[in-house]
Design a protein around this ligand. Structure first.
Ligand code: C2E
Ligand code: CA
Ligand code: CA
Length: 543
C-alpha cells in the first residue's frame, strides 16, 4: 500500500465513528457527489494531491457553484505553502499530514461543522416563515444599514396592526388567520420593494415598515386593504397604522418604534382615522409621563406628596354630621406645581409603581387619625384608596394591619376603597383578598360602583360593607328620570344586601335632597367641600 492510501484509511477510520462519510476517488467524482448530495453535506475534506482534477482546481470549481459554494472545505496537506494558498482560496481550515491524534482531528472538524451549521441557522431564520418578511432582529439590522445608505433622507417608521385579530383566529380558525397575515405580508413586501424600505413582522399581527419619509402611508393602507378585501370584508375598518417621523429617528430606532407603536395602539374603534401620526401633543404627554416616573423616588423622599381630605357626611339624621373623610393624594411638584392624581395614578398603575405612593398615603392617613384624636379628642375614620395593583400583593392585609397598628389606630376606623373594576378583573382572587382584609378588621367600600359592569350575581358573592355610587349616576339625577330610577334601583339592591350607600360627586342642593330622600346614607362632594389639606380640614372637625 502507498503512503497516501494508508493515510486515507486512517482518516476514514477516525471519521466513520462520528460521521456519515462519502468518499470520492478524485476531484471530478467529488464534484459530482457534491452536486448531487449538497443538502446532506456539512463538510468536504479535500486532499490536494488527487488524480484527474487537482485540489486547487476543485476549490475553484466549488466556489463557482451556488449550491455547494457555502459548504466548508478542509484541506489535507503536508506542505506549509499549500496551507496558506488553500486558505486564500476559501478553504475553511487545514489538517496537516501526517495526522495528529484522532481527537484533535475530530475536534477541528467538529468546530468547522458547528460554525457552518450556526451560519445556516441564521440564514434560515432571517425571514418570517409565514409572510416572507424579515423577522424583527434582521429588521433592526437592515434598518440600520438603510440609514447608512441614505444618511441624508428623513425617515419614517410605520407600525401596522390588525384590530381584534384574535377574533378572526377564533371565528375562522388559525389557518384562515394565517392567510390574512400572509396577505398583509405580501402587500407590505410589494410596497417596500417599490418604495425601497425595510419591513418585518414583529409578532402575531404587528408589522413594521421603515423607509424614507415620503408620505407613503395612505398608499400602503390602500395596498393592504385591497389585498385583504377577498378575505376580510371590513378590511379598511380593521387595519391601523401608527406613524412616527422625526429627525431623531435613526438615532434611536427602538425608541422610534415605541413612539409609532404607542400611537398605533391608541387608535380606537371610535376614531374615523385609521392612520395616526405621533405629534407634539402626544410627545408632550409622553415626556411628562417620563418625567413623572423619573421624579417619583425623589418626590417620595422629599415628601412632595400631600394627602388631602374630603369630608363625608351622614345625611339621614336631622342635620348632616361629619362621619368620615376620604384621603386623596396630591403631588406638589417643585417645577410643575400641584399635580392631580388623575395625571399620575393611571400611569403608576400601569407600571406598577403605584404601591409606593399608596403606601405613603396609607401611613399618612393612619398617622392623621391618631393625630386628630390626640388633638381634638374625636376619631375621624378615614378611607384610603387601594389600587387594583395593590390587590395582587398577597401580603396586603398584613401590611395594612401593621400600618394601623403602628399608628395605634383601630382598623375599624380605617376604610379601604376598592374600585369596582378591580372586582371585574379577577373575581376569585379579589373575593379572597376582600375576605382577608375584612378578617384583618377593615371595612371595605366598593368604589366607583356602576362603572365596572359587575353583575348582580357577582355582588351577592362579594364581601363588602359600603357601596360607593359613582358620580356619573349622581350627575344627572335631578334632571333625568332614567338616572333617578337607576339610583332608586341601586338603593333597593343595597338594602337587600344590607350594605350602606355613599354617593360621591354631589355638587348641588337638588342632588343632595333627592339622594337623601332615596335613602342614601352618606354624601361626599363639592356640595359639602372639595378635598382640602389637613389643616383646612380641621375646620370641619371643630364645627
Ligand atoms: P376617586 O377615588 O373616585 O375619588 C373621587 C374623585 O372625585 C377625587 O378626584 C375628588 O376630588 C373628585 N370629586 C369629589 N367630589 C366631587 C364633586 O362634587 N364633583 C366633581 N366633579 N369631582 C368630585 P381626585 O382627588 O382628583 O382623584 C381622582 C382619582 O385618583 C380618584 O378617584 C382615585 O381613583 C385616584 N386616587 C386619588 N388618590 C389616590 C391614592 O392615594 N391612591 C390611589 N391608588 N388612587 C388615588
Ligand atoms: Ca375613592
Ligand atoms: Ca370613586
Amino acid at each position: 500500500m502507498e503512503d497516501e492510501e494508508i493515510n486515507r484509511l486512517i482518516l476514514s477510520n477516525i471519521l466513520e465513528k462520528e460521521f456519515d462519510v462519502l468518499t470520492a476517488a478524485n476531484g471530478q467524482e467529488a464534484l459530482e457527489i457534491a452536486r448531487r448530495e449538497y443538502n446532506r453535506l456539512s463538510l468536504i475534506l479535500l486532499d490536494l494531491l488527487m488524480p484527474v482534477m487537482d485540489g486547487y482546481t476543485f476549490l475553484e470549481e466549488v466556489k463557482k457553484e451556488p449550491g455547494i459554494k457555502g459548504i466548508p472545505v478542509i484541506v489535507l496537506t503536508s506542505e506549509r505553502e499549500a496551507e496558506v494558498q488553500s486558505l486564500n482560496m476559501g478553504a475553511a481550515d487545514f489538517i496537516a499530514k501526517p495526522y495528529d491524534a484522532p481527537e484533535i482531528i475530530l475536534a477541528r472538524i467538529a468546530r468547522v461543522i458547528q460554525l457552518y451549521e450556526d451560519k445556516n441557522i441564521i440564514t434560515a431564520t432571517q425571514y418570517d416563515a409565514l409572510t416572507g418578511l424579515y423577522n424583527k432582529e434582521f429588521f433592526l439590522k437592515y434598518a440600520t444599514l438603510f440609514d447608512q445608505y441614505y444618511p441624508d433622507d428623513e425617515k419614517e417608521i410605520m407600525v401596522i396592526n390588525v384590530n381584534r385579530f384574535h377574533v378572526i383566529n377564533a371565528m375562522e380558525g388559525r389557518e384562515y388567520g394565517d392567510k390574512v397575515l400572509a396577505a398583509i405580508g405580501k402587500s407590505i413586501k410589494e410596497h417596500v420593494t417599490e418604495s425601497m424600505g425595510v419591513a418585518c413582522r414583529y409578532n402575531a399581527d404587528i408589522f413594521y415598515v421603515y423607509g424614507k419619509n415620503e408620505g407613503h402611508e395612505e398608499k400602503l393602507m390602500q395596498t393592504i386593504c385591497d389585498a385583504l378585501k377577498p378575505l376580510l370584508e371590513d378590511a379598511d375598518e380593521r387595519i391601523r397604522i401608527g406613524v412616527y417621523s422625526g429627525m431623531d429617528i435613526g438615532v434611536d430606532l427602538s425608541r422610534s418604534l415605541d413612539h409609532a407603536m404607542l400611537v398605533c395602539n391608541g387608535i380606537s374603534d371610535k376614531y374615523h382615522r385609521k392612520i395616526v401620526y405621533y405629534n407634539a401633543q402626544i410627545q408632550e404627554k409622553e415626556h411628562l409621563e417620563e418625567k413623572l416616573m423619573h421624579d417619583l423616588d425623589r418626590a417620595l423622599s422629599e415628601k412632595q406628596f400631600k394627602v388631602f381630605y374630603q369630608p363625608k357626611y351622614a345625611v339621614q339624621g336631622d342635620k348632616p354630621t361629619l362621619s368620615s373623610a376620604e384621603a386623596l393624594v396630591r403631588w406638589m411638584h417643585p417645577e410643575l406645581g400641584m399635580i392631580s392624581p388623575g395625571k399620575f395614578i393611571p400611569l403608576f398603575e400601569q407600571n406598577g409603581m403605584i404601591g409606593k405612593v399608596d403606601r405613603f398615603v396609607w401611613k399618612e392617613a393612619a398617622r392623621q387619625i391618631a393625630d386628630w384624636r390626640k388633638r381634638f379628642g374625636v376619631t375621624i375614620p378615614l378611607s384610603v384608596n387601594v389600587s387594583r395593583v395593590d390587590v395582587l400583593n398577597e401580603e396586603l392585609a398584613g401590611e395594612l394591619r401593621t400600618i394601623v397598628d403602628e399608628a395605634g389606630v383601630d382598623a375599624k376606623n380605617y376604610y379601604l376603597e376598592l374600585t369596582e373594576s378591580a372586582y371585574v378583573d379577577d373575581q376569585s382572587h379579589i373575593v379572597t383578598m376582600a375576605q382577608k382584609l375584612r378578617e384583618a378588621g377593615f371595612s371595605i367600600e366598593m368604589d366607583d360602583f356602576g362603572t365596572g359592569y359587575s353583575s348582580l350575581n357577582m355582588l351577592t358573592s362579594l364581601p363588602f360593607d359600603v357601596l360607593k355610587l359613582d358620580m356619573v349616576f349622581v350627575r344627572n339625577i335631578h334632571n333625568d328620570s332614567k338616572a333617578y330610577r337607576l339610583v332608586e334601583f341601586v338603593m333597593d339592591v343595597a338594602r337587600f344586601l344590607g350594605v350602606k350607600v355613599i354617593a360621591e360627586g354631589v355638587e348641588y342642593l337638588e342632588q343632595y335632597e333627592i339622594l337623601k330622600k332615596l335613602g342614601c346614607d352618606v354624601i361626599q362632594g363639592y356640595y359639602f367641600s372639595k378635598p382640602v389639606c389637613a389643616e383646612e380640614f380641621e375646620r370641619f372637625i371643630k364645627e
